[in-house]
Design a protein around this ligand. Structure first.
Ligand SMILES: [Mn+2]
Length: 374
């Protein structure tokens, strides 16, 4: 926050169709490009800070940014064009099928930061995949591979982010507490919560917050995310030791790791079982039924040629088709209590590909988890 600027309580947001990179604001619908004076640097996608009031008025006039009030009235399209709802309205509802929330946090990152913009990258690029015109009940989509309509009439909502990317990346402990609290809140509501990361460390406060006991976690990840550390200090939680932290939780029964291709073997908790890729169909059939499963997808499980926008690339990864097929088998008979998708980086210009691939996996997953619950 610079002197003379608007305070964070006077929040201004980029309009939904505006992308900010370098010193440019680009309206992707109209093609309009606005060049900011070099001394004016917007700091984030949320709660933008602009010091010059004339400039501020100009940006509002050009509808490049909107203020907080306008934004709260703008409740319309969430991810995949599902209805976007304020938390207050969401809280009044019952019989929800799926709730989607962004966790723009990446303080657990030891490589490239930027996954704090993952939720917005997914949201922005998801709109071309699934078009939603009905207000509350979802009209669904036709799945050619299954020759069936999916998610018709379901109550699926995007309830925004747990804090802004700015707010959530100041104090690690505070942010992790907020995530845990939010997870508890969501799991006390009906339906399956889906969390959009953020870096992989968010899986720990999420699982910790879930109101379930004896949770099994299935993690899709290129890396084992384990270390030899003793997990006492929450400030030491990072995306590369999150599995160690998860296995220290009493409520976690087993952790299945799928898609590993780390080149070194690290510490392995006895709760962790590595699912060998070539054996996956067999392993899937041996997952105990009548248990609760949480699914965590680190996008680096995908091949770098498919998804280059993540912080720790490893070659010979999965295709999106493979992951969707595996998820289909997996969700068929299992009770899924929550999902997260983490580690998507955004660099604004080149992220449309990644955003589309990830949000398509998300759409399929939403259809599947409900399919398994019906
Ligand atoms: Mn990971």
């Amino acid at each position: 926050m610079r002197n003379g600027g608007l305070s964070m309580s006077d929040k201004y947001y980029l309009n939904t169709n505006v992308i900010h990179f370098d010193n440019l604001l680009w309206n992707i619908e109209t093609g309009q490009v606005f060049e900011l004076p070099l001394e004016e640097k917007l700091t984030s996608n949320e709660g933008e800070i602009i010091t010059d009031s004339e400039l501020l008025n100009e940006l509002i006039e050009k509808q490049l940014i909107i203020d907080q009030k306008a934004r709260s009235e703008e409740i319309d399209r969430g991810i995949l064009n599902f209805p976007s709802l304020s938390l207050q309205k969401f809280n009044e509802l019952e019989n929800i099928d799926v709730s989607i929330v962004g966790v723009p946090y990446d303080l657990g990152c030891v490589t490239l930061p930027g996954s704090r913009y993952g939720p917005e990258t997914m949201r922005r690029n998801s709109l071309v995949i699934h078009w939603e015109e009905v207000n509350n009940a979802v009209s669904g989509f036709y799945d050619y591979s299954l020759e069936a309509n999916r998610i018709n009439g379901k109550l699926i909502f995007d309830i925004g982010n747990i804090g802004t990317p700015y707010e959530l990346n100041i104090d690690k402990e505070n942010s992790l507490n907020s995530i845990e609290f939010f997870s508890t809140f969501l799991s006390s509501k009906d339906g399956i919560p889906i969390f959009l990361g953020g870096d992989h460390s968010i899986t720990y406060p999420i699982v910790k917050g879930l109101k379930h006991e004896r949770i099994n976690i299935i993690i899709f990840d290129a890396h084992s995310d384990e270390s030899f550390e003793v997990c006492e200090d929450i400030n030491e939680l990072r995306h590369n030791n999150v599995v160690t932290y998860l296995s220290s939780l009493e409520k976690v029964n087993k952790i299945y790791q799928v898609g590993l291709r780390d080149l070194h073997r690290s510490y392995q908790s006895e709760k962790v079982e590595i699912v060998k890729e070539n054996n996956i169909k067999n392993i899937l059939s041996t997952f105990p039924k009548n248990e609760k499963y949480y699914i965590s997808i680190d996008v680096d499980v995908l091949d770098p040629s498919i998804l280059p926008n993540t912080g720790s690339l490893l070659p010979v990864g999965w295709t999106d088709r493979e992951i969707i097929n595996v998820l289909r088998v997996l969700t068929k008979e299992m009770k899924i209590i929550g999902v997260d998708i983490v580690e998507l980086l955004s660099d604004s210009i080149h992220d449309s590909k990644s955003g589309i691939i990830i949000s398509n996996i998300l759409l399929n997953l939403i259809a599947m988890v409900k399919g398994g619950m019906d």
